[in-house]
Ligand binder design. Structure first.
Ligand SMILES: *[C@@H]1O[C@H](CO)[C@@H](O)[C@H](O)[C@H]1NC(C)=O
Ligand SMILES: *[C@@H]1O[C@H](CO)[C@@H](O)[C@H](O)[C@H]1NC(C)=O
Ligand SMILES: *[C@@H]1O[C@H](CO)[C@@H](O)[C@H](O)[C@H]1NC(C)=O
Length: 417
């Protein structure tokens, strides 16, 4: 008897599940359509890094269709996804950088922030360095990078005078990588070569540790496949002490755009993603096209150089944070980034929180919210203030998808607990 009753119930349940999935899929398509049809006036319209909300499975027919549809739902009704509550910090605007930058790199040495390379637009990359002085709030010198140096997705670390620069993407859109590595002497502004990495990588985790330059993870040569490999090179005073990079213990999870920090003789790798935009096959300009990505908040630590230890994950998945961190009072502070894509619109979701990882307690917390959500920020800390500049910001408080590439500089008085 009981059996007779349960079977149809189950059947109905399955049927209604199928129905729900179908409704969800249709709704999903409508959302995606309306999202891509929204009109915006700025010239960033052509920025495919921000606007390609379609996964590789979506067809051109869908895209054409989508263009003709009006948004079905007012912007204000779009559910905000992924924001975490936190105090609204008080931010002050400082001197704007000479150029806007996405995927640039930055290294702080004393009261100077050296800002390198990056996309100005998807079709134009910078090949110079700008220097910001925290004390006098001005962008002073500008000088050129070596012609062979990558323009984005660089790995970078400093010993306080020399800046070590490894691999990265060479050129705009989703062009190929270079394995070339360089050193900048910040006192003489002279560039020298370092041995070439065994194979090129996009945005590998990079740090100096125990006299060796460590490079790990990143994306492989196709810009998409996560690399797990890890190499190191003995360096001193801006020079390589060895001719070749040495293999080291692979990292448990690969991928680009992670924070890599050495504190108290331990090496930490934080956040990142698997997968990234790839060049469209056959495109003469290597046009970026979006692929499936998995953003994560994993934290790995190397203590003895032989075994990775897993530490508590970030409060939410976070990527594009390679130059978005500072170390203050034995805490790693990280500003902005990207998190998992919006479940309905499928658009990239930017991060607007400042996070703290307290290394005494191994606890994560949200310090507060930024003036807007933003990825690939370049972050510094000076005299009690947390600074960030550059990156790609959101469309507004109600829309966390990427829009404008900026050069704005902001600061807030930092108070950690
Ligand atoms: C930054 O600016 C201040 C004030 O003008 C100056 O005293 C300091 O030397 C500058 N820093 C560097 C490293 O040039
Ligand atoms: C700020 O300091 C830098 C040196 O770090 C200098 O080149 C620049 O001229 C200074 N700017 C102002 C406005 O004092
Ligand atoms: C760091 O610690 C010092 C000493 O306890 C304190 O005065 C300072 O405010 C702390 N800095 C931040 C950013 O919380």
């Amino acid at each position: 008897m009981a059996r007779k009753h349960t079977l149809p119930t189950k059947y109905i349940f399955v049927l209604s599940c199928v129905g729900l999935v179908a409704v969800a899929l249709i709704a999903d398509f409508l959302w995606a359509s309306s999202a891509s049809s929204s009109r915006y006036s700025s010239h960033y319209l052509d920025w495919s890094l921000e606007k390609s909300i379609h996964l590789t499975t979506s067809t051109n027919a869908e895209k054409v269709d989508a263009k003709d549809k009006k948004p079905k739902v007012p912007k204000a009704d779009l559910p905000i996804y992924g924001d975490l509550p936190g105090p609204q910090l008080e931010w002050e605007e400082r001197a704007t950088a000479p150029v806007p930058r996405l995927d640039g790199a930055a290294i702080q040495i004393k009261d100077l922030l050296y800002v390198f390379a990056g996309y100005g637009t998807i079709d134009y990359v910078h090949s110079h360095v700008d220097i910001y002085n925290f004390t006098n709030n001005s962008w002073g010198q500008r000088f050129d990078m070596p012609k062979e140096m990558a323009h984005s997705h660089l790995g970078m670390a400093t010993d306080g005078r020399y800046i070590y620069i490894v691999t990265g993407q060479y050129g705009p859109q989703c062009r190929g990588p270079t394995a070339r590595c360089f050193v900048l002497d910040t006192e003489t502004k002279q560039w020298t070569d370092l041995p070439t990495l065994p194979v090129p990588r996009y945005a590998p985790a990079t740090q100096l540790w125990r006299g060796r330059l460590h490079v790990m993870g990143g994306s492989k040569q196709d810009r998409y496949e996560p690399g797990l490999e890890h190499w190191s090179l003995a360096v001193k005073d801006g020079k390589a002490l060895e001719k070749e990079w040495k293999p080291e213990i692979p990292i448990p999870r690969g991928g680009p755009h992670r924070a890599c920090v050495v504190v108290d003789d331990r090496l930490y790798v934080i956040g990142g993603q698997e997968g990234d935009f790839m060049a469209k096959p056959g495109s003469p300009i290597f046009k970026c096209s979006r692929r499936h990505e998995v953003v994560y908040g994993d934290v790995y630590m190397l203590e003895d150089g032989k075994k990775w230890k897993t530490l508590p994950s970030m409060p939410k998945p976070d990527s594009h944070i390679e130059f978005a961190w500072v170390l203050v009072n034995n805490s790693i502070v990280i500003a902005g980034g990207t998190t998992e894509k919006h479940p309905i619109t499928k658009k990239m979701v930017l991060v607007g929180e400042v996070f703290q990882f307290n290394l005494d307690t191994l606890k994560w917390s949200v310090v507060g919210r930024m003036p807007y959500r933003i990825k690939t920020t370049l972050v510094g800390y000076w005299d009690g203030w947390l600074y960030f500049t550059s990156g790609q910001r959101d469309r507004g408080p109600l829309d966390s998808a990427p829009k404008k590439v900026i050069g704005d500089m902001w600061r807030t008085k930092l108070s950690l607990s």
